[in-house]
Every structure is written in structure tokens, then in C-alpha cells.
Design a protein around this ligand. Sequence first.
Ligand SMILES: Cc1cc2nc3c(=O)[nH]c(=O)nc-3n(C[C@H](O)[C@H](O)[C@H](O)COP(=O)(O)OP(=O)(O)OC[C@H]3O[C@@H](n4cnc5c(N)ncnc54)[C@H](O)[C@@H]3O)c2cc1C
Length: 525
Amino acid sequence: MTQNVLEAAGTLIIGAGLAGLFTALKLSPRPCTVLSPEPVGVGASSAWAQGGIAAAVGLGDTAEAHARDTVLAGAGLVDEDIALGVTSEGAARIFDLLDYGAPFDRDSEGRLLQSKEAAHSTNRVVRVSGDQAGRAIMDALIRTARDTPSITLLEGVVVDDLATRDGQVVGAFARQIADPMAAPIYISAQEVVLATGGIGGLYAVSTNPGRVRGQGLGMAARAGATIADTEFVQFHPTGIAVDRDPCPLATEALRGHGATLIDENGHRFMFDIDPAGELAPRDIVARAIHARTSTDRPVFLDTRQAVGAAIYEEFPTVAQYCVEAGIDPATQPIPVRPAQHYHMGGILTDARGRSSLPGLWACGEVTATGLHGANRLASNSLLEAVVFAARIAEDIAALPLTADHEATQAIPLEPPLHGPGPRQDPHEAVATLRKVMDRHLGVVRTAEGMRTALRTIAELEETHAPGSRAFLNMTTAATLIAAAALRRTESRGGHFRDDFPETDPAQAHRTLITLAQALAIRATA
Ligand SMILES: Cc1cc2nc3c(=O)[nH]c(=O)nc-3n(C[C@H](O)[C@H](O)[C@H](O)COP(=O)(O)OP(=O)(O)OC[C@H]3O[C@@H](n4cnc5c(N)ncnc54)[C@H](O)[C@@H]3O)c2cc1C
């Protein structure tokens, strides 16, 4: 089959969320090419972030206190050096974002306003117009990126495979979304940065945009990268239960503002479970809600007293979701349920953002840097994206720039290209996979359920992956999550097992796993 070959202008960045765009801006004036399946900014979780960015920029707050909260939330698995490094660089990155035009909320004296979110010991989340942080930050970065001559934006292009030669990542295989018959394009590059976001689309109920579905994790694992902590999946306690896909989110800042969680009798049940009540760590709140909603007992987020009619002005995104579902949040409680929200696991990187594969860096939610451990502290993910983007840019900028690198001369043999003919998009198989992940790798897990999931993933892969590399990336990511979860015989952070409900101090270590190891676990499930 004919194959197009393209040499990336500079570093190749796959994905145009906050991680990808911030890397591109920090690399400037060094050239780079950013790939985005949709127009830049569309289909990225970053643009949907509501709460904001956690950073110790408030009076009396310190990087040490922020790092302590991060370590505590991470349930024993946070890399403490990484945590302190990231929280220490937070303020500088917030000033970068201000320079790029992010319109953070300020008080009358010009100081940055900060919200409180669960498990933060102080108000620490820098925000925009209540719940508009992601959209506003992304709009500012997109404008700046479009005006930056060193950045080439390629839109309408999706990547299915990394290209490797002799163990080195030398580019990627991409295709145009609009033309299913088009030949794959081999894009060669001296450095590749994967910034494809999380795994939400692997789950039937998720707050993430549908395109964000474990593609980068899957392709990096297939290329041989070491993967970490995949069993740790964060479920947001307050997805709005209105039967929409993706599931709309009611930001945690509402609970920070005093909104309560009530059952059908108006009882505030969280204090029966944890002294921190509604502001207990996310996994505890998610499980408490799941225990009710999974047995058809409704749970509501009650904003009537704490926020009232001001919700329309202070949290316009949430208010809009409610109105679209026929709910007036000023007078009615909002029905909620847990929804997959964030993946703590991902491509293992070092402190510079380098993966285990030479030539491949990774940034943002697709990574496991050690910052989140078993459970992410709220609003630490946008922070992680900008801190590591800056580090990656600095690391790459120190490398010599070769004008005409030899990668274009020899097309890599691996991975195999698509056969001729249109690519299949196995919609039914995707739907089945998402249901299986929800049911068996959700808020509460059991060995039997995870084995069933692994067998089903294997069957789906065998039948449908030969026609779709994109689906193979999904089943690969799903396999890594399920295999690591089955192997961890305890409960910790975002991984809760009914059959092992206690935390086991002997398992207080991060998970490192390769695809070969995960497939071996799957084969015996
Ligand atoms: C509703 C919601 C609210 C949130 N609120 C907050 C918050 O307040 N604070 C916080 O810190 N975090 C929040 N998060 C989490 C945070 O938004 C994400 O972790 C973060 O934005 C991830 O950034 P990213 O750049 O890694 O990925 P994304 O922003 O998801 O960008 C990934 C990019 O990769 C592209 N892509 C995917 N697959 C491919 C492929 N195969 N080929 C090419 N491109 C591809 C996507 O289209 C997209 O452009 C929230 C998440 C959601 C969903």
C-alpha cells in the first residue's frame, strides 16, 4: 500500500490539550508540529476542566504544604521528590499562563482568587469565572500558539502507532480522520512527545471527551514503553446523572462552596462515613455514592442553600448542564452518580518527562510521573501538565537540532501498516468494551469480575482489532488496567476491591508493567 511520508517541522507533539500546547509554547522558538484530531482545543479534557489549577500562590500557603496534601491523597504511592518539585514550580507556571493570557479570577486588590477543593488544607485552586478555567486557559493558549511562528498545527489528524527503529521512537503513523481510505502518513521526527490525555472513553460513564480513550497509552505500550500504576482510576463522585454521554460534571468546587450530598430523604449521609463529610477524599465520596446509586437509591448534590440562584453566575457550566436536563439548580437538588474521571496510571516517565523508550517523551494525563500515586489530589492534573511540559521543553531544547535527520530516509518496518481498504470502526465492540470496563473495573472491583473483563477484552481484540489499530490501542489500554488491578490484591486510593477491602502495607509500591506482562496475566484469567 502506498504510504505518505512527512518530516515533522521539529519535535512532533501528538495531542493538543494543555500538555501538548504548553510544551509547544515552551519549546518556542525551537520548531515543533502539533497534531490534533479535531480543530485545536476541541475534544480535549483540558478545555472541559471546571475547577482550575492547584498552586501554592496564596498568602500563607507553601509548596511544602501543597506537597504534603498531594502525598496524603496519593495513599502511600506518591514520589515525594516529584511532588515537592512540581508544587515548587507551580507559581512560575501560573505566571507563564498569565503571560499567555489566561484570565484568572482576582479580588479587588488584584490578588488571584483561589477555591477550596477536597483534601486541600487551604484555598489553593486558581480559577476562572467559577467553573470556566479549562475553556479560558485553552482559548488563551490556542490564540498564542496560532500566533507563534515556530508552531505548526496539523488538525484533522489522528495517530494510531508510534514508529520505532532499533528500539528508538522515530515518528508516528497518522491518518486523516475525514478520509477513511487515505493511506497512512508516516511522520518522522527527531523527538516525539505523546500528550494524548487519559482513558475516559474506555468507560461507559465518563466525564472525558469521547476521543480521549487510552490511545496514547495503548500505542506506547505496544511500542515497548514501561507503563505504571494503571489500576488507579479516579471516579468523580458527582457526575450529573442525566443519562448523557459523556457524563456532565458538577465540579468539586461546589462542595468546597458548601453544597451538600443528600439521599432521597434529605439526609446528609457523608458524615456517617467520614468526619470530613462531603470534602472527604474523592475515592471515599465516590464509593459512598456508588453504594447507593448501584442499588437504585438516588443521591443528590444540593446547592440550594450554599449557592442558590448565584449558581447561574458563579458556576455557569454546571447550571447550563442542569437546565438542559430540565433541572433548576437554584430550587432543585441535582441527581449525581460517580463517573470515570481521571487516570493516575500511564506511561512511566522520569523527572524530565522521558519515557523508557529513547526518543519518546510523554506529558499530561497519559503519563504516570509519580505525582498522583494511587489517588490524584483535585486540580493537580493541570498543574502536572504545565510543570512537565516546561521540563520536557527544556530537556529537548538542550538537544542538538539536526536539520535533515535521517529518519525520513528509511521508513521503519515496525509497526505493521494497515492493510488496504477502509478502516473499520467497530462501534458495537467499543460499546461492549466500555460497559465491561464500567461494570468490572469501576468504583468497586472483584477478582471474578476482573477475570471476566480480561477474557472479554481478549475476545473483542481477537475479533475486531485486526481491522482497527485504534481499537487495538483501546483493548491494549484496557488490558493494562485490568491486569494491574487483578495483580494488586489490596485496596488503595483509586483501586478498591470487594475481596481485598483493606490496604496492605506490604504492597505500598508503585506498579510497573509492560504489555507482555499484562498479556501474560490476561492469558491465565
Ligand atoms: C470535565 C472535566 C473536568 C476537569 N477538571 C479539572 C480541574 O478543574 N483541574 C484539573 O487539574 N484537572 C481537571 N480535569 C482533568 C484535566 O482536565 C486533565 O487531566 C488534563 O486536561 C489532561 O490534559 P492533557 O493535555 O494531558 O489531555 P487532553 O486535554 O485530554 O488532550 C489530549 C489531546 O490528545 C488528542 N488525542 C487523543 N488521542 C489521540 C490520537 N490517537 N492521536 C492524536 N491526538 C490524540 C485529543 O484529541 C486531545 O487534543 C478535568 C477533566 C474533565 C474531563
